[in-house]
Write a protein that binds this ligand. Structure first.
Ligand SMILES: Nc1ncnc2c1ncn2[C@@H]1O[C@H](COP(=O)(O)OP(=O)(O)OP(=O)(O)O)[C@@H](O)[C@H]1O
Ligand SMILES: [Mg+2]
Length: 248
């Protein structure tokens, strides 16, 4: 395994508020990290810093051996290497599913439209949405839209995929279809950082669990240890909030 991402001593502040301080993390190629923690602890902010959507005040983020900074050339490279999917899918309403997913590779990466379309159709097929390729976002369910958003991110062939509570806005019956897609991406060996409140899914998909509270990584470990033998009182308390049913 080789290291794809290294976070060294980063701090994030909004004016006088410290969101996190001296955070360190190393991510290996092919690793799936699941980040959990109480609301407001800084999970989304952390992912946004990795993607340079937020600046950091101290420390360094090293992606594929290169320090991330916010000059324009660098930013473009980061956005190509790190894909992100949010809770709200933000598809373009006036474009069909196919048009939505081919837009960035054609416009930004200047890849031949025919080639991009072929790949888009393959990926849409993989997430069970080939028949929806000519539909508009308003004609899709939430779960379908979120699967389109995942395909859109994959189209850029990112080295790392950041997923921030991508099922949080979905009706329960649509959660599984989206999480199944993420599980299949994990099996393919994609590197992912996932923020989720779905603890059974977390346990199934994670190579490593991370618990953040009050701006610090309080505990991390393999999912079995993490869920069955949490060490810190804070993590025990946190896990008690979920009706988590052990499955193995
Ligand atoms: N633009 C901003 N200006 C000031 N404070 C902010 C800003 N954005 C976020 N925060 C604060 O940073 C903290 C972390 O927010 P963040 O959205 O990262 O939390 P989170 O862990 O993702 O929470 P949730 O589980 O509810 O999504 C919160 O206290 C929030 O109020
Ligand atoms: Mg969040």
């Amino acid at each position: 395994m080789s290291e794809i991402l290294k976070v060294k001593n980063i701090s994030k502040k909004y004016e006088n508020t410290i969101i996190f301080e001296n955070l360190n993390l190393s991510v290996q190629k092919g690793e799936v990290l699941v980040i959990v923690g109480p609301s407001g602890c800084g999970k989304s902010t952390f992912l946004r810093c990795l993607n340079a959507l937020e600046d950091i005040q101290e420390g360094e983020i090293i992606l594929d051996g290169e320090v991330i900074n916010s000059d324009a050339h660098n930013l473009r490279k980061i956005r190509e290497k790190i894909g992100m999917v949010f809770q709200s899918y933000e598809l373009f309403p006036h474009m069909t599913v196919l048009q939505n997913v081919i837009l960035a590779p054609v416009k930004v990466k200047k890849i031949d439209k025919k080639e991009v379309t072929k790949k888009a159709l393959e990926l849409l097929n993989k997430v069970g949405l080939l028949s929806k390729k000519d539909s508009y976002p308003r004609q899709l369910s939430g779960g379908q839209k979120q699967r389109v958003a995942i395909v859109r991110a994959l189209m850029m062939e990112p080295e790392i995929l950041l997923l921030d509570e991508i099922t949080a806005a979905l009706d329960p019956e649509m959660v599984k279809e989206v999480l199944d897609v993420v599980l299949s991406l994990a099996k393919e060996g994609r590197t992912m950082l996932i923020v989720t409140h779905e603890m059974q899914f977390a346990r199934a998909v994670a190579d490593r669990m991370i618990f953040i509270d009050e701006g610090k990584i309080v505990e991390e470990g393999n999912p079995k240890e993490f869920f069955d033998n949490p060490k810190s009182e804070r993590l025990k308390r946190f896990l008690n909030n979920f009706n988590y049913v052990e499955t193995n």
